[in-house]
Ligand binder design. Sequence first.
Ligand SMILES: O=C(O)COP(=O)(O)O
Ligand SMILES: [Mg+2]
Length: 249
Amino acid sequence: MVDDGAGRAAEGRPVSASAVPAGIGQALKDIRLVIFDLDGTLVDSVPDIAASADIMLRQMGLPSCGELAVRHAIGNGIDRLVKRLLTGEVAGEPEDVVFRQALQLFDKAYGEHLSERSTLYPGAHTTLGQLRRAGLKLCCVTNKAERFTLPLLAKLDICQLFHLVLSGDSLPRKKPDPMPLLHAAERLDVPVANSLMVGDSKHDITAAQRAGMLSIAVPYGYNHGEDIRLAEPDLLVQNLSELPALLGF
Ligand SMILES: O=C(O)COP(=O)(O)O
Ligand SMILES: [Mg+2]
């Protein structure tokens, strides 16, 4: 995390892209690896996840949950999402046999409805292309399970833009643990100090802070209904298309 004493650290709050503190501005110009979160940052995946959740809940004889509940439940991977939907609690633990059945039903439904209504956010495709052409290393680090991540990236035609894709089950630990971010930097041979995490959730920002990486947040995604600024990202952008200029391109 860059701590220049002029912006986030001194004020105790993040700054908007229109007022980038000098220290952060310079650090951004030295970035060589950009790690993107997927759900809520690059792609609005809630419509398909919510539809699949409703199919699962109906088959389990439970009431449907609706898109808002799903928006708030996303962020810690598929297993936790299903557990939250079954129990209505953030850290709820349903009976194992019930969970296993629900997970199987959700998997089938989401596998069949993975990319019917999921769309890239404005600026996502263009920005990835611009950064790639500028010579930056690009990585996607998501808590989504790999069996869904790879087909979704392919369907959205952005898979080929990443040098590396790490899903929630690719490594022993996922965000907010820094492990996937540190793994990406090491695999792509870029120092942590030259790496940046871009995400919509406190788990992305916390993972970056624990890894010692700079973080940029977007406010439009899924963060359990909380204001992402509370996670203290180094910077907030309204649209991914602001990134190339911030990175000096
Ligand atoms: O699957 C989730 O819970 C969240 O996925 P994300 O890490 O791409 O936001
Ligand atoms: Mg996300």
